[in-house]
Write a protein that binds this ligand. Sequence first.
Ligand code: CP
Ligand code: NVA
Length: 331
Amino acid sequence: MSINLQGRHLLTLLDFSPLEIRYLLELSADLKAKKRSGQVGDLLRSKSIALLFDKPSTRTRCAFEVAAHDEGGNVTFLENSHMGKKESLEDTAKVLGRMYDGIQYRGYAHRDVELLAKHAGIPVWNGLTDEYHPTQILADLLTIQEHIAKPLNKIKLVYVGDARNNMGRSLLIGAAKMGMHFMGLAPKALWPDPLFIERLSATAKEAGAVLEYSENIDDAVQNADVIYTDVWFSMGEEAQMNERIRQLSPYQVTLSMLTKTQNPDVIFMHCLPAYHDTNTKVGQEIAEKFGLEELEVTNEAFRSRHSVVFDQAENRLHTIKAVMVATIGRR
Ligand code: CP
Ligand code: NVA
């Protein structure tokens, strides 16, 4: 497939057509095979990439760094720049645009990544904002393709949890683009703004996607190919922990929920990090405060044969590499 994405931003998956997304997935699979075969690449040779993080990260940062290195590029990791403090986003974007070939930004308001993209003059990739997490969705789509022998437009994905958060919204966009059956399973208070869903209806119709929401676990999970969840309170939402635990406790992903799909091959997905045990500082605090040792997914389900979470994590590398190669790589 020959598609030219040079110079393009990735702020949400709405920036790419279904054909372009399919191209990125194919390129990801090719780059994954290339790495597995031990080949060293130079598709990002002499390319400099700025990595701006206003929130913590393990996977996204590592994926960008290793991906750039694998193809001969170099990165600068910035978490304590002047941006937003002594220097506006606009001015920082203009400065970085004079030195770098691409910028990854992880932060809070989505408007911030839009501002960077508007002023940088080079491709800007959204590594997560409060509203969207598009690079994660590319990894998720690749993982689904690897694990399920059906085209994406035959997949039913049930997203359980805060359906308004960056993951709930981004998976909805991915599903609409790729013609999937998306089912958001959450209390109504945690469904996205109907206007947001409405704005996707033309895209969904064109691709043959079904986008729906339910509060009823038994109905929603029927025949699911994928059960996907995320943390109940996202980075920056720690103050809402009590309320979210109250709202979402009935929606914890358990082996029983996976069984209710009536699909023995159902896969369990999570973007990670996950609260599935008390082997973390926050996990321990939650256990002491609420008496809960696991939140959005039980340890049993997380470690079950259904779980593909570490394949997803690895695929962040291959898909982020594809995004960089496609948008700033040597041709
Ligand atoms: N899934 C994800 O974005 O992980 P990090 O927060 O570790 O980057
Ligand atoms: N919704 C989560 C995703 C983490 C990858 C958060 O924003 O914290």
